[in-house]
Ligand binder design. Structure first.
Ligand code: PLP
Length: 500
């Protein structure tokens, strides 16, 4: 493909995707395909001869789009959001087009330095303590990881390395293997699956401690767990606190967990994957009270902050802890001597290679501005509150726990099986997508305001779809199906014409 065709292909693809977003409300959120549908449609082997880009786009439209779950449909209320925005897409396009690998400063100076700059900007916007910033006097700094899962694992490996070295310095007769076998990590029973997985990957026993009735891990629980383990000869090493749990968006009190970790010399990592974006709005910072005790902090701009996946922002108070864990030298990597202020980011992460992710963050921060991002977050929270009000006005439902950020959990008073049936029926109809959780032993449905396109009218449509299904379950005679227009059609030919 030459640059002329690249221009045509690229312009047509952008037109196609702009039309996709303009018409996203015409599609069911869940696709109507069976497992294996694409395997049947596509050839078994790669083409021998080059094909035309127009045929690729045609097949994208006819084979790929029908198998897409539309994460950015305003009726997508499952999990937590994954971000998309036009500035984020263009930032990603620029990064993909440059296609550099920024494992060291020399391998692409702008790749490293833009990451330093944007992570300082972002850390300041969140109101993180100075110590986490590269622009402070200390050895702190930020790095963009691929996911919150990776950040949790990085924290675990660093905590492990640090603890082993500290104990061996104190008592040189100790063997590394013996210490490793005794290390324990702690989090709450509300943690994300990725947190538990980090224990598996890092070969560290992970205890999921009982959360309180509001889904929060309390300081006293953590302290007792440390004492129990120490009594058995085990060594507390790593704690993962959750700010915004996956199930109900509960916030662990860092001001309770922090002092317990500090006293025990245990690394405290904060997983604020979804809810961390909200700290850009000063009114929510009270929920991270005690963050000064943390050794590492991570949240995902790729969830709620309009930066396309992947972009997980992690800060540490001491970058040398990472370097001491991950620095492995080779002659081909021995280039310009850098320092903690101009990091060789390969020592701050698991892989060697790394993409120019900060371009996405940079474009989003500049094109929205901090105020634009704040107003997006506040708007999404107010839409969740609007939904909660609609649910509360219907006395067949209960909203519980209290809505948190863009998440509203609710259930039918008729009981768990009615709530489960409601969710199953709705999922089968494909017009709206939500998932379940449990709260105080009850089955609940999670409704998250996910799409950045969501308006109040979209929330009203989602509520209408839910309400009509409940009318069928509870009072079967009242049902009229909500009219969602049929699958939209994107005209590839005219797009190809437009791009010329
Ligand atoms: N932590 C929490 C609290 C989450 O809710 C999620 C995903 O929703 C994760 C971690 C995992 O995030 P990632 O997919 O970036 O690894």
């Amino acid at each position: 493909m030459n640059s002329t065709e690249f221009r045509e292909f690229g312009k047509a693809a952008i037109d196609l995707m702009a039309d996709y977003y303009d018409s996203i409300r015409t599609r069911d959120v869940l696709p109507s395909v069976e497992p294996g549908y694409l395997l049947k449609m596509l050839p078994e082997s790669a083409p021998e001869e080059p094909e035309n880009w127009k045929d690729v786009l045609k097949d994208f439209n006819e084979a790929i789009i029908p198998g897409i779950t539309h994460w950015h449909s305003p009726q997508f209320h499952a999990f937590y959001p994954t971000a998309v925005s036009y500035p984020g897409i263009v930032g990603g396009l620029l990064s993909d087009s440059l296609a550099v690998i920024g494992f060291s400063w020399m391998s692409s100076p702008a790749c490293t330095e833009l990451e330093v700059v944007t992570m300082n900007w972002l850390g300041k916007l969140l109101g993180l303590p100075e110590e986490f910033l590269n622009c402070s006097d200390g050895p702190g700094g930020g790095v963009i990881q691929g996911s919150a899962s990776e950040a949790t694992l990085v924290g675990l490996l660093v905590a492990k390395n640090k603890t082993v070295h500290r104990l061996m310095v104190n008592d040189p007769s100790l063997k590394e293997g013996e210490i490793n076998a005794k290390l324990v990590a702690y989090t709450s029973d509300q943690c994300n699956s990725s947190v538990e997985k980090s224990g598996l990957l890092g070969s560290m026993k992970m205890r999921l401690l009982k959360s309180d009735a509001d889904g929060r891990l309390r300081g006293e629980t953590l302290k007792n767990a440390f004492e129990e383990d120490r009594a058995q000869g085990l060594i507390p090493c790593y704690v993962i606190a959750n700010l915004g749990t996956t199930g109900t968006c509960a916030f662990d009190p860092l001001y309770e967990l922090g002092p317990v970790c500090k006293e025990a010399n245990v690394w405290l990592h904060v997983d604020a994957a979804y809810a961390g974006s909200a700290f850009i709005c000063p009114e929510y910072r009270v929920l991270m009270k005690g963050v000064e005790y943390a050794d590492s902090f991570d949240f995902n701009p790729h969830k709620w902050m309009l930066v396309n996946f992947d972009c997980s922002a992690m800060w540490v108070k001491n970058g040398y802890d990472l370097i001491n864990t991950f620095d492995i030298q080779r002659i081909y990597l021995d280039d310009v001597k850098t320092n903690i202020k101009i990091p060789d980011y390969r020592h701050w992460q698991i892989p060697l290679g790394r993409r120019f992710r900060s371009l996405k963050l940079w474009t989003v921060l500049r094109i929205y501005g901090a105020e634009g991002i704040r107003s997006h977050l506040r708007n999404q929270i107010s839409l969740a509150q609007h939904f909660a009000k609609l649910v509360r006005a219907d006395d067949r439902f209960l909203v519980e726990p209290e809505p948190s950020m863009g998440l509203v959990c609710f259930r039918l008073k008729d009981g768990d099986s009615a709530t489960r049936k409601l969710l199953e029926n709705l999922t089968e109809k494909k017009q709206i997508y939500m998932v379940a959780a449990t709260y105080r032993g009850r089955y609940i449905i999670r409704f998250v305001v996910c799409s950045h396109l969501t308006t109040r009218e979209d929330i009203d449509i989602s509520w209408k779809i839910i309400k009509e299904e409940v009318d069928m379950i509870v009072t079967p005679t009242l049902h009229t199906k909500t009219q969602i227009p049929a699958l939209g059609h994107i005209d590839i030919k005219s797009l190809c014409e437009k791009s010329k």
